[in-house]
Design a protein around this ligand. Structure first.
Ligand code: GLU
Length: 300
């Protein structure tokens, strides 16, 4: 066993589909090829959109496909205290601040169409509330944002995509850590959980690569280690658009686990397999070593 620790972090807003299956298989193969551990984390931080039934269904679908977490899954719904502690810490240091801008105000300022936004994209926020709320505000529930105005552009290296850079202040602005409805943001939760679980390597779909700079910014503010990142190609639908739960991607058929895995393997450039599930997975670990490990880059 090496020090490698990877994870698969599904949000239980729907069953496993071809896109999430690919992230599950790629992260599992990378962990096995490194002789490391593979953990599953249930990202149910947004309780309105997630359900425990769907989480259990996903865990069952993973088991059906021969992918089992090496430790009991971590559930974000049980982590509020840790999230609040870190938020308090950032607030005490003047790095996080309350914001009373409504979604409607922000959307109007952007002429935004939420349907066209990528996963976890935010409306650029230039810091309207950064230097204090406007007088007379009596709103009880406020969002919390992190200041990005003093941050230099974030540079990082992706094992597949190579050198990356994002000026978070300009491209995203002060992003949300906690929403006005009390829900902690994906960015805050994922950073704290990756650190708490000792994750050394994040392997996930390329549609999330745009979130990485925000996560590194938070890791630096919270003095947490930065894992290595590998963003995989995406499963595309017939229209060449990314498959997602939002555009009706079908749940995988876990009575045919090998078919679901083969579909993911194809996108990852791995040869098709037939026969026993365990043998297929083993062959893919070997193929992953040859094909994907040469891309391995230590973090800068
Ligand atoms: N739960 C996140 C999502 O489904 C993915 C988290 C991650 O892999 O960083 O969008």
């Amino acid at each position: 066993m090496t020090g490698y620790r990877g994870r698969f972090a599904p949000s239980p807003t729907g069953p496993l589909h071809a896109g999430s299956m690919l992230a599950a298989l790629a992260s599992w193969l990378d962990a096995r090829a490194h002789e490391g551990q593979w953990l599953v984390r249930i990202e149910d931080v947004d309780r309105q959109r997630c359900s425990p039934e769907l989480a259990h269904l996903i865990l069952q679908q993973l088991r059906d496909c021969g992918l089992q977490s090496d430790l009991p899954p971590l559930w974000q719904s049980g982590r509020s205290e840790a999230y609040q502690q870190s938020l308090d810490q950032l607030a005490a240091r003047g790095i996080a601040y309350p914001c009373c801008c409504t979604r409607r105000e922000l959307e109007a300022a952007h002429n935004d169409n939420p349907m066209q936004r990528p996963r976890h994209a935010e409306l650029i926020y230039r810091g309207t509330c950064r230097n204090g709320l406007k007088g007379g505000i009596s709103k009880k529930s406020l969002a919390w944002r992190v200041r990005t105005d003093a941050c230099k552009p974030i540079q990082w290296s992706d094992r597949r995509l190579g050198a990356q850079e994002q000026d978070v202040q300009r491209e995203v602005g002060d992003f949300v850590l906690k929403r006005a409805d009390g829900c902690y943001s994906y960015q805050l939760a994922v950073v704290l959980d990756d650190a708490a679980q000792g994750i050394t390597d994040v392997v996930r779909g390329e549609d999330l690569s745009n979130n990485t700079a925000r996560q590194i910014l938070l890791q630096r503010q919270l003095k947490l280690p930065t894992p290595r990142y590998l963003h995989t190609p995406l499963v595309l639908g017939a229209n060449q658009e990314k498959l997602s739960k939002q555009n009706g991607a079908l749940a995988i058929d876990s009575t045919q686990p090998l078919a679901a895995l083969n579909q993911a393997a194809l996108v990852l450039g791995l040869p098709p397999q037939q026969g026993k599930l365990a043998d297929a997975l083993n062959s893919w670990v070997g193929a992953w070593r040859t094909l994907w490990l040469p891309l391995y880059n230590p973090a800068p």
